[in-house]
Design a protein around this ligand. Structure first.
Ligand SMILES: N[C@@H](CCC(=O)N[C@@H](CS)C(=O)NCC(=O)O)C(=O)O
Length: 254
């Protein structure tokens, strides 16, 4: 069985699916598509959706990281991405949905907002990607793609500020799931991959990495996704980041 994973450069849910395939020992080829154009390509290939990740495996065409994680357990059960115990499974499913709908979407918004402010680092996110066009050309002509991404994902400054304000609470949530054993087990589960890949993408932003890396959440991200292309120097307005700074140590009692 060989699979084909459709990705765009820097896609965190595609990275999550790559980790799931590696865990299960399912060999796969990664095909990198240009953002936005990817939609037409997937439509032309008659995938059920037009988003990344999409996966062709075992005669099936799948779109969506959560659809894919479930299908992979059907296709090759060992090791399972979801626990067999119903209570444990419900906890992993809850974390996985949150990882996709809350964390992963927010990290995507934050990154595109940063790219809008500084397009130069875009090239670093395409490192190792085979897009079929020279990377420099793809980056030089990326302005309409960036504008389209901002539109498609409804990325406003206001929304990104809200995401950044919520971020410390989200890190607390991930750390809590790790301490409860919902995340961070061996082998990793579907929620581990979903959340670790999103946090790992967040760690490519110098504005965010310092508040993530030393926490259990950051350790999980680095363990499951040691390599991630891309590096975005500080670019977000500093007043957006005030809630993210480590609290100053309390003054010693007088
Ligand atoms: N939440 C979806 C991901 C949906 C999504 O927006 N994916 C992005 C890549 S991370 C995409 O399809 N981008 C297409 C584009 O940018 O043109 C999942 O986990 O499968």
């Amino acid at each position: 069985m060989e699979a084909t994973l459709y990705s765009i450069p820097g896609s965190h849910p595609a990275k999550a699916v790559g980790g799931m395939l590696d865990l299960k020992g399912i060999p796969y080829k990664r095909r990198d598509l240009m953002p936005v154009i990817s939609k037409g390509v997937l439509k032309g290939m008659r995938f059920p959706g037009t988003t990344i990740p999409s996966l062709r495996v075992d005669g099936r065409k799948l779109t969506g990281s959560r659809e894919i994680s479930r299908a992979l357990d059907e296709i090759k059960a060992d090791p399972l991405l979801f626990p067999s115990d119903p209570t444990a499974r419900a906890a992993v499913e809850e974390a996985e949905v949150w990882g996709e709908k809350v964390l992963s979407d927010a990290v995507r918004r934050i990154l595109w907002n940063a790219i809008k402010r500084n397009r130069k680092p875009l090239k670093s996110f395409a490192e190792g990607a085979k897009l079929g066009v020279p990377i420099d050309l793809a980056v030089a002509t990326a302005a309409p793609i960036i504008a389209a991404e901002i539109r498609i994902h409804k990325i406003t400054d206001e929304r990104v500020r809200e995401d950044l304000a919520a971020f410390p609470g989200w890190l607390d949530q991930v750390d809590e799931w790790i301490s409860e054993g919902v995340l961070g087990g061996d082998p990793p589960n579907a929620a581990d991959f979903q959340i670790a890949a999103a946090l790992r993408l967040a760690m490519t932003l110098d504005d965010l990495r310092p508040v993530i890396e030393s926490r259990p959440a950051g350790e999980l991200a680095l363990r499951l996704v040691p390599d991630y292309p891309g590096k975005m120097p500080p670019v977000l307005p500093s007043e957006w980041l005030t809630g993210l700074r480590a609290p100053a140590a309390a003054a010693p009692p007088a």
